[in-house]
Every structure is written in C-alpha cells, then in structure tokens.
Design a binder for this molecule. Structure first.
Ligand code: PLP
Length: 380
C-alpha cells in the first residue's frame, strides 16, 4: 500500500523538536509551554484519593457531573454566564481535543476560517483536516493587536468561523473593550462561529480583566469557549480541558468528542471538581505568574534581548537583533546548543515562515530556573 499523506507538508511540531534539542544539549528548557514544578500537593492527594475510591472506569461522555457543575459555577461567578452543566459543557482530553471537536463540528469543506498570526500551531492543521481554508491575518507588531479593518476586508459569505485566542500565545496580548466592541459590530452583520481559545484565562496581569466570550450573551451564543485545567493547575500532562457552547452546538461537538475519545480520565475529573471548590486556587494564578513575568523581564533588561511585555499567558517574546541577524530558527538552535537555553522561534507560527527576529521564552518555571537562564542570557 502506498501511503497518501493527508498533510504532506506538515512538519513535526516545533515543540517536540526544541524539547528534544534541549534534552540533547542539557539546555535550560524555556521552549515548550509547561511548568517545571509540580501541581499543588493537595491536588495530587485528591487524585490519589479518587483513584483509591474506585473512580477508575469510564467517565460519562460529557464529563463527570461534579466537574461540569463546578465549571458552570465558575463561569456564573466570574463571568456572569449561564451554562447548563448537562447540555452545554463538555470535558475533553485537553484543550487540544476541544479545539479538534470545535473545528470538526463547525467547519465544512470550502469554509473560510479567519485565524490571526502568529497562531497556536494546532489551528491550521485542524482547519485543513476538515477541508477548511484558513484566512490568515497578521496581528500588528509589536503589540499583537487585531487589525479590525483587515478583518472586515477578509470577511466573505464563506467565512464560517473566527479563531480568537486571549490571552494570546505567543504574543501575550489580551482582548480590550475595543476588540469586544468590534466583534459585536461584526457579528451583528455577519454569520460566523467564534472559536475562543481561552486556555490562559487566569494567567493575566496588571489587574486587566479576562474578556471571555462567555461574558457577552451576543458573542457567547455563537462561541465555543475552550479552557485547559492543565494550564491552570500546573498539570499539562494530565490533559484535561473543556468546551462550553450553546446546547445545539454542544450536541454537534459531542458527536465528534464521543468518537475521538468518548470520555476523559475519570479520577482526574473528580479531583479537579473537588479542588475547584476553593476559587482562590485559580483566581490567584495571575499574581503567581506576574511575579515570574516581572522577575524575567527585569533580568532581561541586563541582556541584549529586547523583550515585549506580555499582559497575559506565560510567554515573553524578545527581539534579538542586537545579538544576531540570523533567522530565528537558526538562532533558536544556536541558543540551545551554544548558550544553553532552549527557546521557540516565532516564524513557525506564521504562514510565510519568515523570521521576524523574535524568539519565545516560557517563564512558567521555578525562580531558580529563571535565574539560571537569565545568567546565561545576560552573558550572550
Ligand atoms: C493557545 C493554546 N491553546 C491550546 C493549548 C493546548 O492545551 P492542552 O494542553 O490543554 O491541550 C495550548 C498549549 O500550549 C495553547 O498554548
């Protein structure tokens, strides 16, 4: 049999490449977006408790009821949003699977999907698997704002969805009230779904509010809101996420979900449900990470990197033009091999693959790791 690739040009994810290179050269790994510290011991104890309590068989397809209810309560309290835990909330295998279900449920062959670049690298392959056509619009540099005039120009009768990601990976920008106003105006005139990737919803700084699509009834009714427990509770390897959407849309989304995974790791869902009974465990995350962001930005001031200050997410982008004029993929490899710090080149998050001279650091690391990395970075 000849293998006929569905995505012949799709390379291995940059995260796998850079993490392998970091491992090979024993570099400090600031590339992939995960913490180098463990989740709260209380959460681990809860996970153990639920394994021992016999919660080890298939969970219900939409999620463990207690967790769906905990999420409904969170969205009610934080965003004044009303989601029915039975019919509008689905627990997925990480935000990644929620994204897959969202795109697969909404995108038909020939549909156009507006995506802003730089993007999270899963979006385009998922759109293309479904026969969709990504319409990419660059965010403005250096602040990564959405150019709404350009969005208006690109909207067509074929536009089926817009992908929003706030706080933004890798740019660190967050939606402003003007963005929400623009989305309202646009959605009043055109019919499209909003696929809203909000995995960094609690990692937001300087007292800026998170403008979840869930907050705005007119936007919520056309949105699939996606979140990740892994990002919020320092457990990316547990791979549990969720999708919130109006009932009719959730029905379609679950048709995909049930035959991709059917259901998600049962004891982890019970553990999260119990752990979330104290909202401080997620509402304090911004303060927790802001300390690390500030430590990292302060340290970079003594280096030749020029950082872009993020308002959210746990990434910092930095311009390295004072050090090298090499393209970013080459520079990132040099950083790992010669300077001992692994980073991500941002050109891989652009359709044209052209280097903008920016690399991405992940600061979800122990202070000690960040200090060691800063020492190395300041020597360059
Ligand atoms: C913007 C964005 N969306 C989704 C994901 C995937 O989240 P999960 O690990 O829950 O699948 C990530 C992970 O890095 C991300 O940065």
């Amino acid at each position: 049999m000849q293998i006929k690739s569905k995505q012949p040009d799709l390379p291995v994810s940059i995260f796998s490449v850079m993490s392998a290179l970091a491992h090979q050269h024993k570099a400090i790994n600031l590339s992939q977006g995960f913490p180098d510290f463990d989740p709260d011991p209380q959460l681990i104890t809860l996970l153990e408790k639920h394994v021992r309590a016999g919660h080890n068989q298939y969970a219900p397809m939409p999620g463990v009821a207690e967790l769906n209810r905990a999420l409904a309560e969170k969205y009610r309290t934080l965003y004044n949003a009303s989601y029915d835990p039975k019919t509008e909330i689905t627990i997925t295998a990480g935000a990644t699977q929620a994204l897959y279900a969202a795109f697969t449920a909404t995108i038909f062959p020939g549909d156009e999907v507006i995506v802003f670049e730089p993007w999270y690298d899963a979006y385009l392959p998922m759109i293309r698997y479904n026969g969709g056509i990504p319409v990419t619009i660059p965010l403005t540099l250096p602040d990564f704002r959405i150019p709404w005039d350009e969005v208006r120009r690109c909207i067509s009768p074929q536009t089926r969805a817009i992908v929003i990601n706030s706080p933004h990976n890798p740019g660190g920008a967050v939606l402003s009230q003007e963005d929400i106003d623009a989305l309202h105006t646009l959605s009043a005139a055109h019919d499209f779904w909003i696929i809203s990737d909000e995995v960094y919803e609690h990692i937001i700084f300087d007292d800026i509010p998170h403008r979840s699509m869930a907050r705005y009834p007119e936007l919520a009714r056309r949105s699939i809101v996606i979140g990740s427990f892994g990002k919020t509770f320092h457990a990316t390897g547990w791979k549990v996420g969720y999708a919130l959407a109006p009932e009719a849309l959730t029905r379609e989304l679950r048709k995909i979900h049930q035959f991709v995974t059917f259901s998600v790791h049962t004891p982890t869902q019970h553990a999260y449900a119990e752990y979330m009974s104290d909202p401080g465990r997620y509402t304090g995350l911004g303060t927790f990470y802001q300390k690390r962001r500030d430590l990292f930005l302060d340290g970079l001031r003594n280096s030749r990197f020029k950082a872009i200050r993020p308002s959210g997410s746990y990434f910092v982008l930095a311009d390295y033009s004072a050090i090298s004029d090499a393209p970013d993929v080459e520079f990132a490899a040099t950083m790992t091999r010669e300077y001992g710090v692994a980073v991500i080149p941002t050109s891989v998050f652009y359709e044209d693959g052209v280097s903008r001279g920016l690399i991405r650091f992940c600061f979800a690391k122990k202070e000690e790791t960040l200090n060691r990395a800063l020492e190395a970075l300041c020597r360059i």
